[in-house]
Design a protein around this ligand. Structure first.
Ligand code: XMP
Ligand code: MG
Length: 183
């Protein structure tokens, strides 16, 4: 186990089998729709790469970067687009690919923004859902795992840009995690 982790919540095999399952579900739901999968940078990159390999229908990919965090670990509610989509999504069936839904503020902003651009539909797939952190009443349409109210890292998820490369997802040790900005 990585020395900075307190525990491992999901090992590689558990993550990969869940991603396969989500891919099969999306394959059934998006047949004939040529969906546009939008990866939210940077946290969802590993999930996106593994997921699209399991979506066995013609589809396209795009990428969007937003900033939603005042500090490295707490949502500020302020969402800003850092990198926008390359193309129009008018009339497209959009699938937003997220790493984790916590407060829900990012998701709410994204769903509204993309609907305003006249997408045919906007759905969200998030690998992780942290319902205990919710500040707005919103939920991902598809999700992999529910996680407890702890700061998790690995498989794309970072703390201060570190740990994204871990193939597992775990809870950071408390002496590394800055407790000063939690509420
Ligand atoms: P909200 O709160 O708007 O935020 O739903 C979603 C984004 O917050 C980040 N986030 C986390 N990142 N471990 C992380 O590495 C966590 O436990 C965690 N909780 C929220 C993440 O970037 C997500 O896209
Ligand atoms: Mg992040």
């Amino acid at each position: 186990m990585h020395p900075d982790l307190e525990s491992i919540l999901f090992d590689e095999e558990t993550i990969q089998s869940k991603v396969r399952e989500l891919g099969q579900q999306l394959t059934e739901d998006y047949r004939g729709k040529n969906p546009l999968f939008i990866c939210i940078l940077k946290g969802a990159t590993l999930f996106m790469a593994d997921l699209v390999k399991r979506v066995e229908v013609p589809m396209e990919m795009d990428f969007m970067a937003i900033s939603s965090y005042g500090t490295s670990s707490k949502s500020s509610g302020v969402v800003r687009i850092l990198k926008d989509l390359d193309r129009s999504i008018e009339g497209r069936h959009v699938v937003i690919v997220e790493d984790i839904v916590d407060t829900g503020l990012t998701l709410k902003y994204l769903r509204e923004t993309l609907m305003h651009r006249h997408a045919a539909s906007v759905k969200i797939v998030s690998l992780f859902d942290k319902p205990s952190g919710r500040k707005v009443d919103i939920a991902p349409d598809y999700y992999g795992f529910t996680v407890p109210n702890a700061f998790i890292v690995g498989y794309g998820l970072d703390y201060a840009e570190q740990y994204r490369n871990l193939p597992v997802v775990g809870v950071l040790k408390s002496d590394i995690y800055a407790t000063s900005d939690t509420d």
